[in-house]
Write a new protein. Structure first.
Length: 575
């Protein structure tokens, strides 16, 4: 039996027993009728536990839709100080000063200025654009937040129309938001004539460093910049097989693991035929859109992966400019890695001039909902799929990693499956889905293992967790990763890196066998200033993050004890 025939027969068998998807148009009931839109960005900006929505517009002022927690939304833009004039199509949430409050970036298209707003924490925002050091006049086609250098602060990539793209490195200290332009060093400028569409940060090769993927309109090929831990980033789209060669008119990007192999795959919307790039796990991709039945597009823009029926696989939703050729939105249900469009039966076949799209569980019922940004009207689709399957909502809070955990990857093992999600720093098209990660668990009533890959060398593991609930994980002050390497021959304490440093550094040590260890930092008078490890650690290599933000500059000693053995080294904090 051929592979294509086998996939088709398998999908048909699964479809016969698959849960029917269903959505309810809640736009009017939510108080959103008559609002036009474009991009949509979802987060809980006011910390009340309910996902809110920022909506950009082609004309008029943008809207900050505060979720009232009762199925309705209130436009709070004017009172919050973000009802700015000009044409802003891109909205993006990111905690730039790591104070636990999402800040807001607005990208202009042809009118007005790019804006950066700091969240004051009282429901209002402060315009910090001028002091932040970003180009206020660049024509932004897409924007994405991600910590590319692993220093715990969110950096900003701007995909610019018909001009070199921009990369801003975050230098924020003590709530004074400031960036430096590293575009020249970063190697990310791209063709100056390119029409920018979506860009995303994603660790596609799972080396703990965020890579950058961007697509473009017209005939400009896609670009994939691999992050090897230093600048410039290395453009590898052709070698990786994801350059969209000959495809053209690429618009939106979604990342999701549609085939359940624990590697995130990329879906790229276009005009007519999409690309579904299966991540082969070796740094390369294969376009399987036709083979898997997810190739049909109209003039498509926003796209999201989400497990709408909680059956432990990723479905797809795609929106279109229906006025182009009459194509309505697609709801591709995933049946064993093969997709079937069920939008008409599910109440999700929208005929709209739609662009932006994002997910969020707006009523907190364990089923991901949809918000669509369209010039013909914002649309709120609430997930009404009848299901008894289990789920979990994972909320993350970084400490050494960025506070909002953008770019952090989570793996969930449940019911014999491994599921993977990454917190979005900008995705779909001119949009951003909720930072709360939704996992459908199928029939699994508990999570066997949950792994949080906070950053390079820092993985945290939790076991035997409850399903059907929200789970909050705050990064430990010390997150330890034991790498799959040959066991060291002896007890080793290596030099911290970088050294000198300010304010964060990493201390590596190795154990030939499991032991109870302590790792302590002392000042030169022998007084302990931080205990980084005090407990049993497995054999292997460990890397410990040390944040010295609260210490004065100077030379310190760090000492590792394991049984009767002690090793000591010096480190230098520059302030």
């Amino acid at each position: 039996m051929g592979r294509a025939l086998g996939l088709a027969l398998g999908a048909a068998a699964l479809a016969a027993t698959a849960q029917p998807l269903a959505f309810t148009d809640a736009t009017e009931a939510a108080g959103l009728a008559g609002l036009d839109g474009y991009g949509v960005a979802v987060t809980d900006y006011d910390g009340d536990g309910w996902d809110d929505v920022f909506v950009t517009t082609v004309r008029g002022v943008p809207r900050l839709l505060r979720n009232n927690g009762d199925g309705t939304f209130t436009d709070a833009a004017a009172g919050a100080g973000v009802a700015v004039s000009g044409q802003h199509l891109v909205a993006l949430w990111g905690d730039l000063d790591n104070d636990g409050l999402p800040d807001l970036f607005l990208g202009r298209k042809t009118d007005g200025e790019n804006k950066l707003f700091r969240n004051r924490g009282d429901g209002t925002f402060e315009d910090v654009t001028a002091e932040a050091g970003i180009d206020a006049t660049a024509n932004v086609g897409a924007a994405a937040f991600g910590d590319y250098d692993g220093d715990g602060r969110l950096d900003l990539f701007l995909a610019v129309d018909r001009a070199p793209d921009l990369l801003y490195h975050n230098l924020t200290e003590e709530r004074a938001i400031r960036f430096e332009d590293l575009s020249g060093r970063a190697g990310i400028a791209g063709p100056p004539s390119a029409v920018a569409m979506q860009a995303t940060w994603i660790d596609f090769n799972h080396d703990g460093r965020l890579d950058l993927f961007g697509v473009h309109d017209g005939s400009t090929e896609s670009r994939l910049y691999r992050n090897d831990g230093y600048l410039p980033l290395l453009e590898v789209a052709h070698d990786a097989g994801i350059a969209d060669v000959g495809a053209g008119n690429s618009m939106g990007i979604a990342w999701g693991d549609f085939d359940g192999d624990a590697w995130e795959d990329a879906y790229v919307t276009r005009i007519g035929q999409a690309g579904l790039y299966r991540n082969n796990g070796d740094g390369t991709f294969t376009d399987v859109a036709v083979e898997r039945g997810a190739h049909r597009n109209g003039m498509s823009w926003g796209v999201v992966f989400a497990d709408f029926d909680n059956d432990a696989d990723d479905d797809l939703f795609v929106v279109n400019t229906s006025g182009y050729d009459g194509t309505k939105s697609f709801l591709y249900r995933n049946d064993g890695g093969v997709f079937t469009d069920v939008a008409p039966d599910a109440g999700a076949a929208l005929s709209m001039e739609a662009h932006g799209l994002a997910t969020g569980d707006f009523d907190r019922d364990g089923r991901p909902d949809l918000v669509v940004g369209a010039t013909s009207g914002v649309k709120l689709l609430m997930n009404a799929t009848p299901t008894e399957r289990h789920w979990a909502a994972i909320r993350l809070e970084g400490r050494v990693a960025n506070r909002m955990a953008l770019g952090v990857r989570v793996e969930v093992v449940a019911g014999g499956r491994t599921l993977v999600r990454t917190v979005s720093g900008g995705d779909s098209f001119c949009s951003q889905s909720s930072p709360v990660l939704h996992f459908g668990l199928g029939d699994a009533a508990r999570i066997d293992t949950l792994r949080i890959h906070w950053r390079a060398g820092a993985t945290e593991e939790h076991v035997d967790l409850a399903a059907d609930t929200d789970l909050l994980f705050t990064e430990a002050a010390v997150a330890t990763a034991v790498e799959d390497e040959a066991l060291p021959d002896g007890f080793l304490l290596a030099q911290n890196y970088p050294n000198p440093f300010n304010p964060r550094t990493t201390i590596p040590f190795a154990l030939p066998r499991a032991a109870h260890v302590t790792l302590t930092v002392f000042d030169l008078l022998g007084r302990p200033v931080a205990t980084l490890v005090d407990g049993r650690r497995a054999a292997g290599l460990h890397r410990i993050a040390f944040d010295a933000s609260g210490l004065p500059g100077g030379v310190y000693l760090y000492r590792l004890r394991a049984g009767t053995q002690t090793l000591t080294r010096a480190l230098t904090l520059l302030k």
